[in-house]
Design a protein around this ligand. Structure first.
Ligand SMILES: [Ca+2]
Length: 111
């Protein structure tokens, strides 16, 4: 399954990731995606397939002890047509400091 990843590195003990996930309204009821939050290689959240047309969820993930965070988007098993995935209002609340971006996605989407 093609995925796009965004990776962050942490240096603090306590942090929480929150976002509202869903397919962007600009594609109407088209598109299908999956969202995954991975901490230090372990899945912390998996949305399952989400479709366009208003399907959205609040995600709250405790990142206590996590040093490397990866946010992944998948095509939900079909294709990437209209897969405009949003991590709306994405926020990382940290006890101190700020996350460090680890670079561009390593696996760009393919059709
Ligand atoms: Ca799809």
């Amino acid at each position: 399954m093609p995925t796009v990843s965004c990776a962050l590195r942490f240096q603090v003990k306590r942090s929480v990731f929150t976002a509202i996930i869903g397919v962007d309204d600009e594609v109407g009821d088209k598109g299908s995606v999956t969202f995954e939050v991975v901490g230090d290689g372990k899945p912390l959240f998996e949305s399952g397939p989400m479709r366009g047309g208003g399907d959205q969820r609040l995600v709250v993930v405790d990142l206590r002890g996590v040093k490397n965070l990866v946010l992944k988007i998948g095509n939900a098993g079909d294709n990437i047509d209209y897969d405009h995935a949003d991590w709306a209002e994405a926020n990382i609340e940290m006890s101190e400091g700020r996350p460090e971006m680890m670079g561009p996605p390593k696996n760009p989407p393919s059709s």
